[in-house]
Structure formats: C-alpha cells, structure tokens
Design a protein around this ligand. Structure first.
Ligand SMILES: [Zn+2]
Length: 173
C-alpha cells in the first residue's frame, strides 16, 4: 500500500459518526459534540477510555478504528482545529507526546517503520477536522498486502485493550 493509499484510508476514521452527523445536518464544530473532547474529559488513562497518556495540554489515545495494532492519535486537550491556533505550550506538548508515542510503539511492537501525520481539513481526509489530531502507527516490511486485504474488514490481530496494555507498559516513565 502506498503512503497515498494509507492517507486515503485515514479518511475512514470515525466514519460512522461523521456520516451520522452529516445526515443530521452537517459536521458539527461544536465542542459538545466532539468525540475527542469527550475523550479529553474522560479522566485518567484506562482500558475503558483507551487513553494511553494524558498530560497538561495534550493526550494520546488509541484510534478506535486502527489501520494497524497500536495505531494512536496524539491531540491537544483543547478543542482546536487549526495547527496555527495551537498555543506554543500545546504545540510543544503535542510534539513531545508524538516523540514519546513513537518510542513506546517501537518498544512495544518493534515495527520495521512507522507512519505519522495529520489530515488537516475535511478535503485532506480528516474525519473530525474540528479537533486537530496526529496519527502514529507501526508498519512492517511486507504489511502492504496485508493492509490492503484487511482495509475493508478491519480484521485486527489484537484487541484495543491489549494494544492499550502493550503501549501503556512500554510508555516511558
Ligand atoms: Zn474537540
């Protein structure tokens, strides 16, 4: 699978919610309707909220619709959509958390490589453009055919709870 293909795949994140909202009259930019804001307010990291790490300005959560085991999102706690609207403190913590997520993923999964990136805006493929989020996911040599094969069915080799435990155990303290 090419990177372009993978990026396109990320359009599918939270597709159910996005579709439901569009039917209800358009994507809401309201914080009250934001699934990421609900996660941000869901308290300490746990197997239930699938939050792996929570800081002062940012947090890391498993993607509920992963493209590979261990696929996480790194987000500001605050409801902000535009990269330019992050404060310096938010930007620094989002980036530091991304670095740490890459390190934890490396320790937990020993992947051959990783993809990280963000879809900014709906036209670029963001399912929830109103709340900025970075994707980080592990890749393996030869996983392209596998990824293509499972893209439609989302057959994952481990549960989100097991991914949460592996990343949490590997998270640097
Ligand atoms: Zn939000």
């Amino acid at each position: 699978m090419s990177l372009e293909h993978l990026w396109a795949g990320w359009r599918r994140e939270y597709i159910v919610e996005a579709t439901a909202r569009e039917r209800a009259g358009g994507i809401s930019h309201d914080q009250a309707d934001c699934v990421f804001c609900r996660l941000a307010a869901s308290g300490a990291p746990s197997e239930d909220n699938l939050v792996v790490w929570r800081g002062e300005k940012a947090f890391v959560v498993l993607n509920a619709y992963p493209y590979a085991s261990g696929h996480v999102l790194v987000l500001p706690l605050r409801h902000v959509g535009a990269l330019a609207d992050l404060t310096a403190e938010e930007s620094a913590e989002v980036w530091a958390a991304t670095q740490t997520a890459v390190a934890a993923m490396g320790a937990a999964y020993e992947p051959d490589g990783l993809n990280m990136g963000a879809n900014l805006g709906r036209a670029a493929g963001a399912g929830l453009p109103a709340h900025l989020h970075l994707h980080v996911l592990p890749r393996w040599s030869g996983d392209t055919n596998f990824m293509t094969a499972v893209a439609e069915t989302r057959v994952m080799p481990e549960t989100l709870q097991l991914s949460w435990k592996r990343l949490t155990d590997a998270w640097p303290r």
